[in-house]
Design a protein around this ligand. Structure first.
Ligand SMILES: C[S@@+](CC[C@H](N)C(=O)[O-])C[C@H]1O[C@@H](n2cnc3c(N)ncnc32)[C@H](O)[C@@H]1O
Length: 208
């Protein structure tokens, strides 16, 4: 589109606004994947726009760095990051469910989408992204896992983004991870009642 096309579109028929994340939440697909793998999905519906907004604010990376989303689901947080202006090449999505991976690749053709278990992601991260991950959002329902399995996810995150910590959203009233036992410091950075169920965003960092 040329600059004059843009001017015309703005003057007569406005250019379409960036889609609101909730327009493409795909709740039925999400519910079907939950029915197939309830513990792995951990929730019956995608994160709400209110939760996505909080995550966008907290995860916004330093210039030149990328955001990694583990357990991207139907892509509501990813869409919110892009709608807020994050360049697609600065977003990396990981998802274990092949049906959801196919959807993410259709929705976000310019975004790197890596299929498979987050625990083996470090080895599969493209060269151009190594050492460039500025923030990690983890949507994988870690609270439902035994301690040793939780630890294997935490080790993987530390390999991918050393020293950066990570954000983790959860429906628990208290920290979904036993932070001290994992050697982490936990901080509840946000909470919203506008999610089903109400959700908190926890920020974890290696304890000093
Ligand atoms: C609670 S849903 C979050 C979906 C989405 N981020 C949202 O906010 O609506 C958890 C997601 O983590 C994915 N997941 C679970 N275990 C995983 C693993 N080991 N590696 C990668 N993704 C995983 C599930 O398939 C599911 O899409």
């Amino acid at each position: 589109m040329s600059p004059s096309d843009v001017r015309q579109a703005t003057a007569s028929s406005p250019l379409p606004a960036a889609p609101a994340p909730e327009e493409h939440a795909h709740p039925l697909l999400f519910l079907r994947r939950w029915a197939a793998h309830p513990l792995r999905m951990g929730s019956v519906m995608p994160s709400s726009p209110a939760l996505c907004r909080r995550l966008v604010r907290l995860a916004w990376p330093d210039p030149g760095r990328a955001v990694l989303e583990l357990g991207a689901g139907t892509g509501v947080i990813s869409a919110a990051l892009l709608a807020a202006g994050l360049a697609p090449e600065r977003l990396v999505l990981n998802e274990i469910d092949p049906d959801l991976v196919a959807l993410l690749r259709r929705r976000f053709p310019a975004v790197t989408v890596i299929e498979g278990d987050a625990r083996t992601l470090a080895e599969r991260l493209p060269e151009r992204l190594r050492g460039r991950i500025g923030s990690v959002i983890c949507g994988i329902p870690l609270v439902l896992l035994p301690f040793a399995e939780q630890q294997s996810f935490l080790d993987a995150i530390a390999r991918i983004a050393p020293g950066r910590g990570f954000l983790h959203y959860s429906y628990c009233a208290t920290s979904p991870l036993p932070a001290r036992r994992h050697g982490l410091e936990a901080h509840r950075a946000a909470w919203t009642p506008l999610n089903l169920p109400p959700a908190s965003v926890w920020q974890y960092r290696r304890a000093a």
